[in-house]
Design a protein around this ligand. Structure first.
Ligand SMILES: [Fe+2]
Length: 388
């Protein structure tokens, strides 16, 4: 057995690290960058701050702020058109996972002829894309660290994921000051997404020594800071820990895998427009309870790392504390259940068959500690409906 690692070749971390963006772009030999962002950051003046920094370094920039929600093929194609029309030679992403995934996909299509759909799936990209510098403004998806993109098909409404080395960014600039404006709901949902990445990477059948190290470190960083950042968004120490935790969890799952929470979360998001982090948070306690028998000592270690249990407790006791702790965390961070999110019971039940079918065939399901039957997936969806 062997494992391989793919991580961004250059990572810059710290308060005000965004100020390095011009130098980094120059070092990559660019002359004109496409800055990909969203209307929120445009309105807040953050995109203009980046273009000024680029201009000071002698670079021109063209700004594309068309990422208006979870990314889809239309957003990618619009950005690609602008990249080509403005003769850009590099891409900067300023935003959350949606912006970063859009930017990484534009980069691949700028070099490889074909449709977005052709470059989804595993190792489908033949040539590296144009250079990408990412500046995450949320702490959750870990896209700044990963070889993964998730893009919706604008026509079929299906979510597609791509996993290729070409999606690993060239430079990740982790400036926690960019994350302090995240609203409470996003802090909670994206923070639990990051925690889910760490847990699923650690219990994955593809976990290795390197990903274990980062997954447990991420759990330690996230365990207290997620609550502090949620209660007080201006808590710089908490924001710093969350951004580093999210990055480490991103590297961990990108080099092992996620599991059943993510497999079941995508259909829930696709059917009912539940944002990715929130649907993961809804499912995490029930999927953890289901999966524990496949890796009890690993789940127990997560409980100890989260300080939900102590070293004198048995694995079984630790696992029980973990399930209770995850439910309690959801309650404290005011995470909705599918019911309180506004999904009608009848409508939810009508979709369970289709959601379970999609979750059963998702590639991550096979990496879960316990591989569920079709009926077990349906039971977990039922249990989750009004769980909190
Ligand atoms: Fe995720």
């Amino acid at each position: 057995m062997y494992f391989q690692l793919e991580i961004p070749p250059r990572v810059i971390v710290g308060a005000d690290a965004r100020k390095c963006v011009g130098t980094e772009a120059m070092n990559l030999g660019w002359s004109r960058a496409l800055l990909v962002s969203d209307p929120f950051h445009e309105k807040a003046g953050r995109t203009s701050e980046i273009t000024v920094l680029l201009s000071k370094a002698g670079l021109e920039a063209s700004t594309y702020c068309g990422v208006t929600g979870e990314p889809d093929t239309e957003m990618v194609i619009c950005g690609l058109k602008q990249f080509k029309a403005d003769k850009c030679d590099g891409i900067i992403a300023l935003g959350g996972g949606s912006v970063i995934d859009t930017a990484k996909t534009i980069s691949v299509l700028a070099v490889n002829d074909g449709t977005v759909q052709q470059f989804m799936g595993t190792d489908t990209v033949t040539k590296p894309g144009v250079g990408v510098i990412v500046l995450p403004t949320t702490s959750g998806t870990g896209s700044e660290a990963t070889r993964v993109v998730v893009i919706g098909d604008s026509q079929s409404n299906l979510k597609m994921s791509g996993r290729s080395k070409a999606y690993v960014p060239d430079v990740a600039i982790l400036d926690y000051k960019l994350t302090t404006s995240m609203p409470k709901s996003m802090t909670a949902a994206s923070g639990i997404d990051a925690l889910t990445h760490a847990i699923e990477a650690y219990v994955s059948k593809r976990a290795n020594d390197f990903t274990d190290l980062l997954a447990l470190s991420a759990v330690r960083l996230i365990r207290n800071s997620i609550k502090s950042a949620w209660h007080d968004g201006s808590d710089e120490e908490a924001r710093k820990n969350m951004l580093m935790g999210s990055f480490q969890a991103g590297i961990a799952f990108s080099n092992s895998s996620v599991g059943l929470v993510h497999s079941m979360s995508e259909p829930l998001g696709a059917c009912f427009h539940v944002p990715h982090g929130l649907s993961n948070a809804m499912l995490l306690p029930a999927v953890t309870k289901f999966s524990i028998t496949g890796a009890p000592s690993r789940y127990a270690e997560i409980a100890r790392c989260m300080e939900l249990a102590n070293s004198s407790m048995t694995d079984e006791e630790c696992c029980k504390m973990l399930i209770d702790g995850l439910l309690q965390l959801n309650r404290e961070l005011e995470i909705s259940s599918p019911k309180s999110f506004g999904i009608e019971n009848v409508c939810y039940e009508e979709h369970i068959e289709k959601m379970a079918k999609d979750a059963a065939t998702a590639s991550s399901t096979n990496n879960n500690p316990v591989i569920p039957t079709f009926d077990q997936i349906k039971e977990i969806y039922c249990e989750t409906y009004d769980a909190l």
